[in-house]
Design a protein around this ligand. Structure first.
Ligand code: HEM
Length: 269
């Protein structure tokens, strides 16, 4: 992202461009709901798998055959779910650059092993071909977005890095949405709203758990300026500090990159 993009909006944080308002309004409540959902799924759905007790397995035979891959999958998925939301807090990112980098590296390693093990599990997916295809495409998209984000940060393109990381995490959120859609199916079936089987629903859920997330992430990141300003830190800021932070944020961001030293004239490089 050019410094122009960064500074032109940061220096006027109280006046978001019209196209960014909805995305900004959604950022805070969206982050809170997302974080709570990640923690809930990690604790109640994923952690029981780490006991390696086949009684809790969703599918017994295929999971017993790939128990090591399943263990790595659940552990790395849990890590990615718990790290991801905190990487989006701008204040933490700016104040503790090294922590952000370390957690980012852990996120990328987790996402990569999640993806590799996901590819091992995908052919065994419950209900067969349609679900297997859904998980495989999800997996490849998640690996692609994550590693594109890495390429962008290595190139010093911060805005693009954020965009691709938002897309990457929206795909990791498939681990949450799979359980949400399954619960919705059971609720709808329970009150007679739908009368097809869980098997039919599951084949659709293997796609539903990630396609809407990705579409939302693409919409959310469609304007580079939205991404530059998006985040959940603004509600933590004291009003008097806003202007100062706007400038220092941009300098800190430039300074944290060995390839893009601040020129001293924001908005000109
Ligand atoms: C890119 C994201 C992901 C992909 C492609 C993926 C892929 C898969 C696949 C193919 C299966 C087998 C499904 C079946 O048996 O029908 C599976 C199961 C599982 N995955 Fe993932 N997964 C992803 C994210 C996550 C995340 C973030 C978690 C969180 C810890 C997670 C936890 C699990 C668990 C616990 C199972 C066992 C099945 C269950 O209890 O629902 N996955 N995953």
């Amino acid at each position: 992202m050019s410094t122009v993009e960064l500074s032109s909006h940061r220096t006027t944080p109280d006046r978001p461009p019209p196209h960014g308002r909805l995305a900004r309004r959604l950022a805070r409540p969206g982050w809170v709901i997302m974080t709570l959902a990640c923690v809930y799924i990690a604790i109640f759905f994923a952690s029981p798998y780490l006991t390696f007790n086949p009684e809790v397995y969703f599918q017994r035979e295929p999971y017993l055959q790939h128990e090591f891959a399943l263990g790595v999958h659940v552990l790395s998925g849990t890590l990615a779910l718990l790290i991801g939301p905190f990487q989006f807090i701008r204040r933490l990112r700016r104040r503790f650059v090294r922590v952000h980098r370390f957690m980012g590296a852990t996120y990328v390693a987790s996402a990569t092993s999640l993806g590799v093990t996901g590819l091992i599990l995908a052919p065994t997916a419950y209900t067969g071909l349609v679900a297997s295809a859904g998980f495989t495409v999800l997996d490849l998209a998640m690996l692609f977005t994550t590693w594109t984000a890495v390429r962008m940060i290595v190139a010093g393109r911060y805005g693009e890095h954020r965009r691709w990381m938002i897309r990457s995490f929206s795909l990791i959120m498939a681990g949450v949405m799979l359980r949400v859609w399954s619960a919705l199916y059971y609720a709808a079936a329970g009150v007679g709203l739908v009368d097809f089987s869980f098997e039919t629903a599951y084949a659709a859920i293997a796609w539903l758990c990630w396609v809407p997330n990705l579409m939302l992430a693409i919409w959310f990141t469609r304007h580079p300026a939205d991404v530059a300003n998006a985040g959940v830190n603004r509600w933590w800021r004291r009003p008097g500090r806003r202007a100062a932070l706007s400038v220092t944020d941009a300098v800190a961001e430039s300074a944290s990159s060995p390839r893009s030293r601040p020129s001293g004239r924001l908005g000109t490089s």
